[in-house]
Write a protein that binds this ligand. Structure first.
Ligand code: F6P
Length: 227
């Protein structure tokens, strides 16, 4: 892709109480982020801006773009106002002329958050009390640590391979609404960071990370949509 955008879902009920994983919905703040993201998607990601060199006038034309979410509720709810934005110039995939839309959407299981197995639904404090040895092992080697009956960051690098290939060969701008762990790895890959650093990359809520691949890595811009 010539440009793609990474966003976490809006604040979820679990984020609010510090629980990891799960499949909770958005809080009111999360829904507000979803509304703002829809405006950003419509007016920035899905818009081609050309400047007339003679008159200095701006010409804005909607352009086709892609929207990928995970299969979890919180990312789909974050996308909900985008899929409702219909723009007349572009065709939805099914070829039905009555269904013209700016974004072509897809929910992808490979984008689901790192699964914490027996720790899913707990807070970090609860994990430290219930599974102190596991907690300590994860602090020691966050990259390869695998939750009992769950996944490690190394495990999810494997399932992100097809996603990375698709990002590289898609020509339209892509908005990926995903999760902290997933975006850390995608970010580290495209920025050329060593893998060991990936689990610590800062991917805050309420922020869209715009990445434009260049010869050596990516140019990065962060857009804070809600503070
Ligand atoms: O807390 C949000 C979350 O996405 C959890 O679902 C996930 O387990 C965690 O972040 C990943 O971050 P870390 O690897 O730092 O625990």
């Amino acid at each position: 892709s010539r440009v793609f955008y990474l966003s976490r879902h809006g604040q979820s009920e679990y984020n609010l109480v510090g629980k990891i994983g799960g499949d909770s919905g958005l809080t009111e703040a999360g829904r507000e982020y979803a509304r703002r993201l829809a405006v950003f998607a419509r007016d920035v990601i899905g818009m081609k801006v050309e400047i007339n060199e003679e008159t200095g006038e701006e010409k804005r034309t909607p352009r086709p773009a892609r929207l990928w979410t995970s299969t979890l509720r919180r990312t789909k709810e974050t996308a909900q106002f985008i899929s409702h934005e219909k723009i007349s110039q572009f065709k939805w995939d099914n070829g039905d002329e009555s269904e013209w839309i700016q974004f072509q959407g897809r929910a992808r299981r490979n984008l689901d958050e790192l699964y914490a197995g027996v720790c899913d639904g707990l807070t970090y404090k609860e994990i430290a009390v219930k599974f102190p040895e596991e907690f300590a092992r994860r602090q020691e080697d966050k990259l390869t640590y695998r939750y009992p009956r769950g996944e490690s960051y190394m495990d999810i690098t494997l399932r992100l391979e097809p996603i990375i290939l698709d990002i590289e060969r898609t020509r339209e701008p892509i908005l990926i609404i995903g999760h902290q762990g997933i975006h850390r790895l995608l970010y580290a890959y495209f920025m050329g960071l060593p893998r060991e650093k990936a689990p610590y990359v800062s991917i805050p809520l309420n922020t869209v990370i715009e990445l434009t691949p260049t010869a050596y890595g990516c140019e990065e811009k962060r857009h804070l949509l809600l503070s």
